[in-house]
Design a protein around this ligand. Sequence first.
Ligand SMILES: *Cc1c(COP(=O)(O)O)cnc(C)c1O
Length: 370
Amino acid sequence: MKDEIFVTKAVLPPFEEYIEEIREIWDTRWLTNMGKKHERLEEKLKDYLKAERLSLMCNGHLSLELCLQALGLTGEVITTPFTFASTTHAIVRNGLKPVFCDIEEETYTLDPEKIEGLITEHTSAILPVHVYGNVCDVRRIQEIAERHHLKVIYDAAHAFGVEVNDRGIGSFGDASIFSFHATKVYNTIEGGAVCFSDEELGERLYQLKNFGIMGPEEIEAIGANAKMNEMQAAMGLCNLRYVDENIRKRRVLWELYQEQLSGLEGLILPRRARHIKSNYAYFPVVFDPDVFGCGRDEAAERLADKGIHVRKYFYPLTSDFHCYLGYLDPGDTPVARKISENVITLPLYPELEPETVVRICREIRQMKQI
Ligand SMILES: *Cc1c(COP(=O)(O)O)cnc(C)c1O
C-alpha cells in the first residue's frame, strides 16, 4: 500500500495547530449554529475569494441546492453534463429540468455558441461549471443571460482562488458555489459556500440553511439543514493559512507534468489561460487513441498495474446516469461525450513528490512507444 499513488490526498494543517484552534470550542460549548469560528471564517473567505457576500454551508452540494431554491427558479435550467453528479442532482432535486448543452473543445466548459438554441419559454437559468478550475466564458454567458432575462449560477466547486483579471471567480453571475470537500484544493473537512452580491439572496440563504427559522415561533421557508459546524470552520481557518503555499506546490507539479508530457502526439494537455490566476486543481489529459496508439481505459489500467490510480473524471456524463435513464433527455452533446470517453485526471496534490510525477510521465511516454 505504501507505494500506491491516488489521484488526490487531503490537505491537513499541523495537528497541534488544529487542536489550538478548537480549544475555544471546549470553553464555550458552542458547537454549531453560526458560532464565532463560522463568523470568522465567513469574513476571511469573503476577502480571500474577493466576493461581495458569502454564506457558508455544510457542503458544496447543499450550497448549490439551496442557492437554486433561494433564487426561486422554475422550469428548465441549461447546464453541462460534463461534471460531478452534484450539479445535475441539485437541479433535479429542486424539481427543475436540466437541459444539457455541449462543452467547448479547449476548456471543457459550457459552449456559449450552443446555449441560445436551447432556450425555451420555460428556461429560467444557466448553470455552467468551471470544470477543473477552467474559467467559463463568463462575458458571453452574461450577455446571453441578460438578453433572455435568465439567472446564472456557477458551479465553482473546482475553482477556489481562481481570479480573472484580479476579479474573484465567485463574483460572476447571480451566484457561485464552492466546495470545501476533503478532496478539493481547500477543505473544511466537508463544507461549501455561496458567493453573491444581492443582500436579499443572502437573507434567503441564511433562512434556508437553518430550516427556514426566523424566530422561535417563526418559520418562513421550507428550509434544510446546511449549517457549517464549528469544527469544520476551525479546520477552514487553519487550512486557509496554507492555501497559497499549497497552490504554489500544485503549480510546480502542474508545470512538471506539462514539461514531461509535452510533444506526445495524440495526448492533449490542459491549456494555460491568459489573464487568469489558476489554482492548478487538476491535471486532465485527453487521449486521441488513433494517434496516441492506446486509449484512456488501457492507459488507466496500465498505470493501475504500477500502483498509480488515476480517475476518469468525468465519466460517465451525468446525462447518462442510470437514475436518469428514460427520465431525462440526454440531449446532443458530442464534444462532452468524446472528452468524457477519453479523459483521465492524473494524481495532483501538494504532498506529491516531483519524482513521482516524473515516474508517472515515464509510464505514459512508454505507452506511446509501444
Ligand atoms: C465536489 C463537487 C460538488 C459538490 O461538493 P461537495 O462539497 O462534495 O458537496 C459540486 N460540483 C462539483 C463540480 C464538484 O466537483
